[in-house]
Design a protein around this ligand. Structure first.
Ligand SMILES: CC(C)(COP(=O)(O)OP(=O)(O)OC[C@H]1O[C@@H](n2cnc3c(N)ncnc32)[C@H](O)[C@@H]1OP(=O)(O)O)[C@@H](O)C(=O)NCCC(=O)NCCS
Length: 183
């Protein structure tokens, strides 16, 4: 990528106190902490969202272990020279031969510790995932973020992502009240 193009996307030169690399097994405990922080942020962004159960929270470690060994996936972390791991991103390739393209890249989770935001770490993590997707021959990327998550909306919009499918929710009682008005 020409330097001029890169300068528009990722702060350059990158902040030297941060490094971005593939996640490894010694990162698992910190990855679980970051995933829990992400979940807290997401649930705080929209009170109508389904909430992760205590059981699922307790099982996060197992999920991280299997994600790190999944052949179709990539997990990357951002480390600060003093603070340790301050960011993470998970991506995976999904295949569905009923559609074209038959293979697409999903970005599942992205989180940067609040004290380290707006320094280009999020974009550096996504850049690493893009390298993985390119090596996999994947051209189309998609992801989900919660309505009300202002940081995510601004971040993904700045990278050119636009909504394609809207997921909507309502309580059954609310729907029924409209379908069959009282009286
Ligand atoms: C979204 C998130 C990962 C961004 O990480 P980050 O390291 O701060 O992102 P970057 O520094 O690479 O930001 C790149 C660009 O995105 C946009 N952006 C990022 N955060 C923004 C915010 N809070 N408000 C407005 N624009 C924002 C800006 O254009 C920014 O460039 P700039 O700082 O030069 O203006 C981080 O805010 C986060 O972890 N949020 C909570 C978790 C979350 O929402 N994750 C995504 C769910 S899918």
């Amino acid at each position: 990528m020409p330097m001029s193009d890169r300068a528009n996307q990722v702060p350059w030169p990158p902040a030297p106190e941060y490094s971005v690399r593939l996640a490894q097994s010694t990162d698992i405990d910190r990855l679980v902490e970051l995933l829990l922080a992400l979940q807290g942020h997401i649930e705080g962004s929209n009170p109508t969202l389904w909430q992760m159960t205590a059981e699922a929270r307790a099982n996060l470690r197992g999920q991280v272990v299997s994600r790190l060994s999944a052949e179709n996936g990539c997990a990357v972390v951002a480390a600060h020279s003093q603070a340790g791991l301050v960011g993470m991103a998970f991506g995976r390739v999904v295949t569905n031969h009923r559609y074209r393209p038959s293979r697409a890249g999903l970005i599942d989770q992205l989180y940067v510790d609040p004290g380290h935001r707006r320094r280009g770490i999020g974009q550096r993590l996504v850049s690493e995932l893009c390298g993985f997707f390119a090596r996999q021959g994947v051209d189309d990327l998609s992801l989900r973020y919660v309505v009300g998550n202002a940081e995510a909306a601004a971040f993904w919009t700045a990278l050119g992502f636009e909504p394609r499918i809207v997921t909507a929710g309502a309580s059954r009682r609310q729907v029924e009240a409209i379908l069959v008005p009282d009286g």
